[in-house]
Design a protein around this ligand. Sequence first.
Ligand SMILES: Cc1cc2nc3c(=O)[nH]c(=O)nc-3n(C[C@H](O)[C@H](O)[C@H](O)COP(=O)(O)OP(=O)(O)OC[C@H]3O[C@@H](n4cnc5c(N)ncnc54)[C@H](O)[C@@H]3O)c2cc1C
Length: 293
Amino acid sequence: MKASAFAYARPTSIAHALELLGVHGDKAKVLSGGQSLMPAMNLRLISPEFIVDIGGLAELRGIVVKGDALSIGALTRHVEVLKAPEVAAHVPLLRDATSHVAHPAIRNRGTLGGSLAHADPASELPACMVALGATIIACGPRGERRIPAQEFFTGIYETALSPHELLVAVELPLARKDSAHFFHEFARRHGDYAIVGLAAQSIIVGGQFAELRLGFFAVGDRPLLAGAADKLVNVAVTPEVLAEAAAVLGEELDPQEDQQATPAMRRHLAKVLLSRCVSTLLSRPDLQFRTAA
Ligand SMILES: Cc1cc2nc3c(=O)[nH]c(=O)nc-3n(C[C@H](O)[C@H](O)[C@H](O)COP(=O)(O)OP(=O)(O)OC[C@H]3O[C@@H](n4cnc5c(N)ncnc54)[C@H](O)[C@@H]3O)c2cc1C
């Protein structure tokens, strides 16, 4: 199938792009890498009347340390995130997560901003943003908005962006020297969307979590910053403490049924990931999940 007819413009500045979005509103769609938008248009799942191709806006590309944050432009491609020494040094969780996004051909075109604006609940990068406590920066007719990642994702393919806004960058706190991260997903093949996944960032002091942020994905309509983490912070983690955290996690999840898994299977896999994460980060093999949930 081919997309419905549409008009097309390639703005020369952010201001120009915003002007076009202002005129065409929800009849327009922003085009970044096109790796999600074009398939959806070709399958006629969506039929925007106007395409605003921001691919030429160089000011939306790049990775730079600004004070105590790493700023990544929305048009920065997945492959650039993977190769950037700044990402490896300051937000290694993002590098690990990006290596699980699709396949090389898609990572060569797809962008960080496109992935976040697309807001697929099974996508790795939204959960990563939530776990890292990122700030999403949007530009619209009234200027710039800084949106905490946790408030940005509002539902399946839904975000806090209005049709008149452009996602321009994300800011990620630089990882502390004493921080540790964990990333794992269950997927049928490497590069497929996850059945269930977990992106976690922590600070460990004296064998205990001083901080723990657990960003689960593919367990509901948006990435989940799990409150179950509270059960594991500033305590000596025993199998009983971990079981209590897993029970809280089970209450928080709202998994969907699809061709890949039932909600019960997703709940089980999320608990397996929780125990793998905690045992890996604390270097405690005794905390590995052994029995069915
Ligand atoms: C076969 C296949 C497998 C894939 N597997 C995975 C996977 O495992 N994990 C995963 O996370 N993704 C996967 N993807 C999606 C891929 O990562 C896309 O690159 C990403 O989702 C969208 O990035 P993009 O730059 O291509 O955005 P586009 O396709 O250009 O845009 C996506 C959406 O975001 C909007 N948008 C884009 N940029 C902006 C912006 N700056 N401001 C406002 N709105 C914007 C567009 O209007 C559109 O609605 C897969 C894609 C394919 C085709």
